[in-house]
Design a protein. Structure first.
Length: 754
């Protein structure tokens, strides 16, 4: 019915054109010159005017071009023709049927119909960007960049446009599709309708900015496309130049529309969408509507919501849905999932993509109020179409899981039963320790020295010294441990009886390793102790290898129109060294991304997306002033999204959020975090790089009268004085000192007994 109504309107328009009257054009062309006092920066053009694809017929567009280009004789837009390609339909525009030798007027008319935008809008944009409508004998470059699409204000490349979007048809079609993109995701850009926005007067940020309350989506779209408002000087000379801080794009759009077609905010009689009279539900006038089909609390304390939403003012476009938790904004998602059932129920809809579903992060235990808003895309206002209260509970039976973990693993400890090998040397020591309890202390001292000479046998015990790992299992069998000497590690308490027991007390576990065994095979004794140091040293290694990406080669060609604006910046202008919080999207949380700033690609490093979907990026201090593009790539080198920004050295740069230094997502923080065990080694860096380091056992040789702190200090000192292979020498010296002390004590006792 909508198509029939439009066809009838076109027929009526053609009939009027034959009589010399032009619908929507004739009266506007007679309009008086624009008055700067009527300019409202927050309401430049109405949505009804901007998106009215019935504004003009192809014949009316041709007549308009002929009239405005009357003084043009060469390469004129009124005479321009080109073969156009066919374009398949998408979320922004209907299918476009390409034709050979198509005129500029036919292209303007057909693109406007396909992308649901006014033919007047396209004509004004053509004049605003390149003066193609009125200029005499335009150069070829004006057709290549006709709508200024993908032609950034880059001081380093003045006049540059992306070549893949060059040509009259590409410029008109992609520009119209881009304005539909703004309308479909109104809250994803720097300038948003329904709120006050700070808008600069000039690309030079030092010229300052002013607050503008943007009243509608079409005006917001103009600022997204051309992000400057006219200053007082530009308005004072409406048909000329202002001062060094003036910008003219949006001023000229308003002035041209007013001069050509009358007020850009005037009402439009044929803008109301036609609907078939039927028994099907009808959407509320101008306001979006939606329905919450399902809401549930998951076992992991997250909340799942599902439903649909659309706005009758934009029947061909999806809208966004905002989710609030406990009265605060929580998430913004697109209602773009296929819901043919909704499309069938509402005759005004032209697409199936109006559904949404979303799962929150885990919420705290207790009651939470979930409110779902449909975001307005045309006339009207945002509406809250569902409010539900849910109760989130702590997950049950979470504790039993850890209970079973500790017990089964120790059961495997019988495997080190091979430690029976230490029995011969160890049994000799305890067998003689009871005898010298009273007076025979000289005997153990004498036997202690010859027995160490048989160190080659205990050297094998150094290999099973891995029993230090299952030493915890020795506690279950304390009764048997005295006999099987392998339990000497848990029972060093009996060794203090001999005179040389001053050494073992502070170093209970290592005493089983310190005998002359070390002199034969020190490396074997150190393998268990060294096993503690390799673990921390391994952690930095992966971080280095993960960062090595030799194949990543970002290019300006990666930045396509489809990914522009898929990320959000907190502003439009920044200074060198600023930290910018970039909204990548919660769907990318935890992912590793790469950040690149263009013109010349500068890799700003790899970051991890935070739980709220953001990363913090720091602009280089050396970045040049001017227009740049900031791109976010995924781990595979694909562009997630990109956004243009202005870098200025002036004090008025805005948009960068100041954050704490060092929080920009880098995972490699303190090197000491992973190397805490080696922190006792002080300046010795070799301990963390050698998996076979023997510095750790050196901490076992303190005096018996030392405190724990002193022991650690001595261990650190020993580790620094020499390389790891000094350990056996130090061990032998220590044993010699211990033996000497034993002999002196025996001699003193003998004297006392005499």
């Amino acid at each position: 019915m909508k198509r029939i109504t439009k066809i009838l309107s076109a027929v009526a328009a053609a009939a009027l054109a034959v009589t010399g009257l032009e619908l929507g054009v004739g009266s506007a062309q007679q309009a008086e010159a624009a008055n700067a006092a009527d300019f409202n920066p927050g309401y430049i053009v109405s949505d009804a005017q901007f998106y009215n694809d019935d504004a003009m017929t192809a014949a009316q567009v041709q007549s308009f071009l002929t009239q405005k280009g009357a003084n043009c004789s060469t390469n004129c837009l009124k005479d321009y023709r080109v073969t156009t390609p066919s374009m398949s339909g998408n979320a922004r525009c209907d299918a476009y049927q390409g034709t050979a030798n198509q005129s500029a007027a036919e292209i303007i008319y057909n693109v406007a119909k396909a992308c649901n935008i006014s033919q007047k809008t396209l004509l004004v944009l053509l004049e605003k960007e390149t003066s193609l409508v009125t200029i005499s004998n335009p150069a070829s470059w004006r057709y290549d960049r006709a709508m200024g699409y993908y032609c950034p204000d880059d001081p380093s490349r003045p006049g540059w446009c992306a070549p893949e979007y060059g040509g009259f048809f590409n410029q008109v079609y992609n520009s119209a599709a881009q304005y539909q993109r703004y309308a479909q995701s109104p809250n994803s850009w720097n300038y948003i309708a329904g709120r006050t926005n700070n808008i600069y007067y000039n690309p030079n940020a030092s010229c300052g900015y002013g607050p503008v309350y943007i009243q509608n989506q079409a005006t917001a779209a103009l600022y997204i496309y051309t992000p400057y408002q006219p200053n007082k000087a530009a308005l004072n000379n409406l048909y000329g130049s202002g001062d060094g801080c003036s910008a003219y794009g949006n001023r000229n759009f308003w002035r041209l529309w007013t001069d050509w077609f009358g007020s850009p905010t005037a009402s439009v009689s044929n803008d109301k969408p036609a609907t078939e009279p039927s028994a099907t539900p009808k959407p509320a006038s101008n306001n979006p509507q939606g329905n919450l089909d399902e809401i549930k609390v998951n076992s992991d304390m997250t909340v799942f919501v599902r439903g649909w939403a659309f706005d009758a003012d934009t029947p061909k476009a999806s809208i966004r849905v905002h989710i609030h938790v406990d009265g605060k904004p929580y998430a913004s998602i697109a209602a773009d999932k296929a819901r043919p059932d909704v499309n069938n129920a509402y005759s005004t809809l032209s697409i199936d993509n109006v559904g949404f579903s979303y799962t929150t992060e885990p919420l705290s235990a207790g009651e939470h109020k979930i409110t779902v808003y449909a975001m307005n895309a045309g006339g009207g206002k945002n509406i809250a179409f569902a409010t539900k209260t849910v109760t989130v509970k702590e997950p049950a039976a979470a504790t039993p899981k850890p209970t079973a973990t500790a017990t089964p693993k120790p059961s495997a400890t019988p495997k080190p039963s091979a430690t029976a090998t230490p029995k011969p040397p160890l049994t000799v020591v305890p067998s003689q320790t009871p005898k010298p309890t009273a007076t025979a202390t000289p005997k153990p001292t004498a036997t202690a020295t010859p027995k160490p000479t048989a160190a080659p046998q205990p050297s094998a015990t150094a290999k099973p010294s891995a029993t230090a790992k299952p030493s915890a299992t020795a506690t279950p069998k304390p009764t048997e441990t005295p006999k099987p000497t392998a339990t000497t590690t848990p029972k060093p308490t009996e060794t203090p009886k001999p005179t040389a027991t001053a050494t073992p007390k502070p170093t209970q576990p290592p005493l089983t390793v310190i005998p002359p065994v070390k002199s034969e095979e020190p490396t074997a004794t150190t393998s268990p102790s060294a096993s503690a140091t390799p673990k921390p040293t391994e952690t930095p290694a992966p971080t280095a290898t993960e960062g090595e990406t030799s194949t990543f080669a970002p290019s300006k060609d990666d930045l396509t129109a489809d990914t522009k604006g898929a990320i959000e910046l907190p502003g439009a202008s920044f200074a060198p060294g600023d930290q910018i919080t970039v909204n990548v999207g919660k769907e990318h949380k935890g992912e590793s991304v790469k950040v690149v700033v263009f013109s010349e690609p500068q890799d700003l490093g790899d970051l991890t997306v935070n739980g709220d979907g953001t990363v913090t990026v720091q602009l280089p201090d050396t970045i040049v002033e001017g227009e740049h593009d900031l791109a976010i790539y995924d781990a595979d080198g694909n562009v997630i999204g990109w956004h243009d920004l202005t870098v200025t050295t002036g004090d008025a740069a805005a948009g960068g959020e100041a954050t704490d230094a060092g929080t920009a997502g880098g995972t490699a923080t303190d090197a000491g975090t992973a190397a805490t065990p080696s922190a006792t080694l002080s300046p010795s860096a070799s301990a963390s790089t050698d998996d076979n380091s023997t510095t750790a056992p050196l901490s076992v040789i303190p005096r018996s009268d030392q405190s724990a702190d002193e022991t650690q200090a001595d261990a650190s000192g020993l580790a620094v004085t020499g390389p790891a292979n000094v350990t056996p020498i130090i061990a032998i010296v220590a044993l010699g000192v211990a033996a000497g002390l034993g002999l002196l004590l025996v001699a003193r006792r003998d004297r006392m007994e005499v």
